[in-house]
Write a protein that binds this ligand. Structure first.
Ligand code: GRF
Length: 198
């Protein structure tokens, strides 16, 4: 299976997925990174490890061109599966439709709570703490045409302590993301291989 990672930020999930691949825990090829921010941590990591990286952003392209560019890059690299790892933009509908059940995302809270537009980064953890819930966590889900809305694949809860701040909660959840995102990708690739040999 050929995987394309999409990322906009630090890229700590991208790094954990790549490391799992290097250790043989993920068998698929990490073929490509697509980013909308050429100087983000994910892009720098790709450069360092010589992973092909495409900078596709709305600063360079209008909506229509961006969709064409993204589609052609995915075709060129024969991408079978898309992993969103901190990608801050909405994917064009045509790509979501083409890759139905082959695009996943990770969200740093227990969906369907604390998701949707504007719920990213520390905003999520602030909202969680303000609500007074005692557990947060992570959700890995398929991507559909709405933010944080697709079918849930996996969730892991994380206990909130009285002294947690948005920053400490983010850190605790990220640690779990780095464990579980690669594991779930490894499981999904097995299913993918099974389906394609049937
Ligand atoms: C993670 O918290 C992830 O759940 C969310 O965006 C963040 C990305 O972090 N979708 P990183 O760039 O992988 O460090």
């Amino acid at each position: 299976m050929n995987i394309c990672i999409f990322a906009s930020g630090n890229g700590s999930n991208f790094k954990s997925i790549y490391r799992a691949h290097r250790k043989g825990k993920i068998k698929s090829n990490i073929k490509l990174l697509i980013t909308n921010n050429s100087s983000c941590g994910a892009a720098l990591f790709a450069k360092k490890y010589k992973i092909p990286c495409e900078h596709i952003s709305s600063e360079k392209y209008d909506d229509n061109e961006l969709e064409i560019k993204m589609t052609s890059v995915l075709i060129k690299h024969k991408i079978d599966f898309i992993v969103l790892a901190g990608y801050m933009k909405k994917l064009p509908d045509s790509i979501v439709n083409k890759y139905q059940d082959r695009i996943i995302n990770i969200h740093p809270a227990l969906l369907p709570s604390f998701g949707g537009k504007g719920m990213y980064g520390l905003n999520v953890h602030k909202a969680v703490l303000e609500s007074g819930v005692r557990y947060s966590g992570l959700t890995i889900h398929y991507v559909d045409n709405e933010y944080d809305n697709g079918r849930i694949i996996f969730q892991k809860s994380v206990k909130i302590d009285d002294e947690d701040t948005p920053e400490t909660l983010q850190e605790k959840i990220l640690k779990q993301e780095h464990i579980y995102y690669p594991k779930i990708i490894a499981e999904l690739e097995k299913n993918y291989e099974k389906k394609s040999t049937n």
